[in-house]
Design a protein around this ligand. Structure first.
Ligand code: NAI
Length: 459
């Protein structure tokens, strides 16, 4: 009998296993692929490793901007991919070590939920049965691939985030369906390496939920670098190696590539592991179909002792959300007071320049009917940004409540905003005001000072 069985070894599952193990719970974790899940093996980590190689290449190519000459800067695609594999392997090894340290039993096999009885929840894997007092489902998500006519016939021209990471050859032409986070990160990577990239997006903007001003600026930057954006364009099918779409005027157009990346969102994994044997309630999409496991703020499902965390819950599909949700579930099992809050979940897009945001965007603040102010400054108001970003564009934008000046949102474009956005997560979590931010001593010279500078622009 285990205290906790976990299905899925991604950032939801392995972090929960680590915390539960450290607290002395006996834990069994089932993972059918590799520990680390999508994030570590085919998501966050490999893409960031590739994007870093692209950044280094970009620096080498443009060294002259910094008074450094580099002749014939070039790259070896095979070596870039090999380094990505090495980084992933190292970090998977780290997760394995953490499981060992927490005395977690790792079962490297697909798990099947058999059901729940007075004894506990029974999960089977490879003919063995495991009984546990609690179950945490962290089964993640898969890339959503719509049944576009001609998609099947296109064969391996079609790739998702999984297959594109395994390519051993750089595509010369890449068409990206969906200008969201995955689409833009791969578009940015291949554009830097010289691939011709076309992004076909059905909405009027890329990176839908992002602050409008920031996504428009990022789009302009990448347009200048050669990415072709087809916005308000509806994909109607695939013909051989071409994406067929309807432009805003109703014209039928085609964009051809040696690879076509489908990055139109992800779908929670709800089948194939016996979820139906528990009778969990589902979150329903607009069409009334299940799109996630329904949970409360403690990550509890409607079945006693059964929890869910991460992408399988069907919203906020981010690794850092999953890890925190896993911690909340474990704390509930341990009887510790905790609850999941979603007001200060940061989002980062690792383009170059990076984009980072947390809390309400200007558009969301307007829609919420709240009284608010927007204060903003170009990143160039931070000396360190100017020193390190020749021709670099950047914005820091704070959304603050009108009456109390509490921070409601923070949105930035410019390197390395991914590394400074957490301070605004703290500000929102702690309901800090702009006046309190002004009193904080920021290290000088750092790009982070832009936050303090921006806070001084409040009237
Ligand atoms: P997404 O939801 O971010 O973007 C999908 C885009 O595809 C949307 O802009 C949508 O309008 C568009 N789209 C949908 N159907 C379309 C069609 N038929 N034709 C043209 N465009 C269409 O989804 P994405 O990029 O696949 O990412 C999946 C998840 O992974 C997201 O939840 C994201 O947050 C997460 N992720 C996060 C990363 C990060 O934090 N840096 C990196 C990569 C993924």
């Amino acid at each position: 009998m285990y205290d906790l069985a976990i299905i899925g070894g991604g950032p939801g599952g392995y972090v929960a296993a680590e915390r539960a193990g450290a607290a002395g719970l006996s834990v069994v974790l089932f993972e059918k692929r590799e520990l680390g899940g999508v994030c570590l093996n085919e998501g966050c980590i490999p893409t960031k490793t590739l994007l870093y190689s692209a950044k280094v290449y970009n620096y080498a190519k443009n060294g002259g901007d910094y008074g450094v000459s580099t002749e014939n800067a070039s790259f070896d695609y095979g070596k870039i991919v090999a380094r990505k594999d090495k980084v992933v392997k190292k970090l998977v090894g780290g997760v394995k070590a953490a499981m060992k340290a927490g005395k977690v039993t790792v079962v490297k096999s697909a798990a099947m939920i058999e059901g729940r009885s007075a004894e506990g929840i029974t999960v089977s894997a490879e003919g063995e049965k495991y009984v546990s007092r609690n179950l945490l489902i962290c089964a993640g998500s898969e890339a959503a691939v719509p049944p576009f006519p001609g998609l099947k016939e296109a064969g391996d021209v079609i790739v998702t985030n999984r297959e594109i990471l395994a390519l051993q050859e750089q595509p010369k032409e890449l068409v990206v369906i969906g200008g969201g986070v995955i689409g833009m990160e791969f578009a940015a990577f291949y554009n830097t390496l010289g691939t011709n990239v076309t992004v076909v997006e059905m909405l009027p903007k890329i990176l839908g939920p992002l602050d409008d001003e920031i996504s428009a600026t990022l789009q302009k930057i990448y347009e200048k670098r050669g990415i072709k954006f087809c916005l308000r364009c509806k994909v109607t099918g695939i013909e051989g190696n071409a994406v067929v779409y309807e432009d805003p005027d109703g014209n039928v157009c085609k964009a051809a590539g040696d690879k076509i990346l489908v990055s139109v969102g992800r779908r929670a994994n709800l089948t194939g592991y016996g979820l139906e044997n528990l009778g969990v309630d589902y979150l329903l999409n607009r069409g009334g179909k299940p799109c996630g496991i329904k949970v409360d703020e403690k990550m509890r499902t409607n079945i006693p002792g059964v929890y869910a965390a991460g992408d399988v819950t069907g919203f906020s599909m981010l690794a850092h959300t999953a890890s925190r949700e896993g911690e909340v579930a474990v704390n509930d099992i341990l009887g510790k007071e905790d609850r999941m809050r979603y007001d200060a979940i940061p989002g980062v897009v690792y383009t170059n320049p990076e984009v980072a945001g947390v809390g309400l965007t200007e558009e969301q603040a307007k829609a919420s009917g709240k009284e608010f102010e927007v204060i903003k400054l170009p990143m160039a108001y931070a000396g360190r940004f100017v020193a390190e970003n020749e021709h670099g564009e950047g914005i820091c934008k704070l959304i603050v409540g009108k009456k109390y000046h509490e921070v409601l949102g923070a949105h930035m474009l410019g390197n390395p905003c991914s590394e400074i956005i957490h301070s605004m997560c703290i500000a929102i979590e702690q309901e800090m005001t702009v006046e309190q931010l002004k009193e904080v001593v920021f290290p000088h010279p750092t790009v982070s000072e832009i936050i303090k500078e921006t806070s001084f622009t409040i009237k």
